[in-house]
Write a new protein. Structure first.
Length: 296
């Protein structure tokens, strides 16, 4: 449990959320220390609530986690909300020019964090010991730096540098189309072993969480401004279904009546509608006999 956990009761200022719960330490702590699980859960809801295509949510969610763990302003980006280009593209990019071991990519105006999964996939799909990719028409270019942390558990080294299109040909890229002129991001992937820390616990956690910053956050948590976190928490609730009789009836195997009230006597017999335990066993035996007869 962390200080971000909601608890019952009335706070000193009497402030409660729409479910009647008070926020522990919300009024007396400037920062909260979050677990990776909490950040991952709320980020996934946020991306859904802000309109990212559902298929793109898991990859972007994980990169938000890695970026925040690395000290990049990923949560501030989510607080501003996805752009129309982010929602329309949902991480789709287009290859504008290519050569052996080199790519020029149009990010269609999306933010770096949304297109980062596709850029990393393109880098790894290209053969060769060194692959160069220039990404143009990209917003929030600084967030692409998260990719430098993604190669560590993949056995590659990725370097990221925001540059102007005029500097891109010097990196061995094909000419950048005029429509993509301006600031972009130059990514270089080298297939060589990255430097790893001596900490055996970090090395154990690395393949489990996917980056060294995230591995450190498993041990220390992620410190986040309380006001920012609760704002994102409330916004993420838009992805949840409204509580109703219908939603209760679809919440797993819980038995509820027509008013959505949980049945008071839950036994194994709940799997057999309209009969006692004896009748249930008898019915099961009859079904088994019919199946045995059919097999003969």
């Amino acid at each position: 449990m962390t200080s971000a956990t909601l608890t019952s009761g009335t706070g000193s200022d009497g402030a409660t959320d729409r479910l009647g719960r008070t926020r522990q330490n919300a009024s007396d702590a400037a920062n909260l220390r979050l677990s990776l699980r909490e950040l991952r859960l709320v980020t996934e809801r946020l991306l859904q609530a802000q309109g990212l295509a559902l298929g793109a949510v898991p990859a972007v969610r994980d990169l938000v986690l890695h970026a925040q763990a690395a000290g990049l302003p990923a949560l501030e980006y989510l607080a501003e909300g996805l752009s129309e280009a982010d929602r329309a593209g949902s991480g789709r990019v287009e290859i504008a020019a290519e050569a052996p071991g080199a790519l020029v990519v149009d990010c269609l105006g999306q933010s770096a964090l949304v297109v980062a999964p596709a850029l990393l996939d393109l880098l790894q799909a290209e053969p060769g010991e060194r692959v160069v990719l220039w990404a143009g028409s990209i917003a929030r270019a600084g967030l692409a730096a998260v990719l430098e942390h993604q190669g560590t558990d993949r056995g590659v080294v990725v370097t990221v540098a925001p540059v102007l299109a005029d500097a891109a040909p010097g990196a061995g890229l094909p000419p950048v189309p005029g429509a993509l002129s301006g600031e972009g991001v130059l990514l270089v992937m080298e297939r060589r072993a990255p430097e790893l820390p001596d900490d055996t616990e970090l090395l154990r956690l690395l393949p489990l969480v996917g980056s060294l910053p995230a591995a450190r956050a498993v041990q220390t948590g992620l410190e986040t401004p309380a006001a920012l976190w609760w704002s994102l928490f409330e916004d993420s609730a838009r992805a949840l279904s409204t509580e109703s009789v219908t939603s209760l009836k679809h919440a797993g195997a819980t038995a509820v009546d027509e008013n959505g009230v949980i049945e008071p006597d839950l036994t194994d017999d709940v799997d057999f509608v309209g009969g006692t335990a004896a009748n249930s066993i008898s019915s099961f035996s009859s079904i088994r006999s019919i199946n045995d007869e059919a097999q003969r």
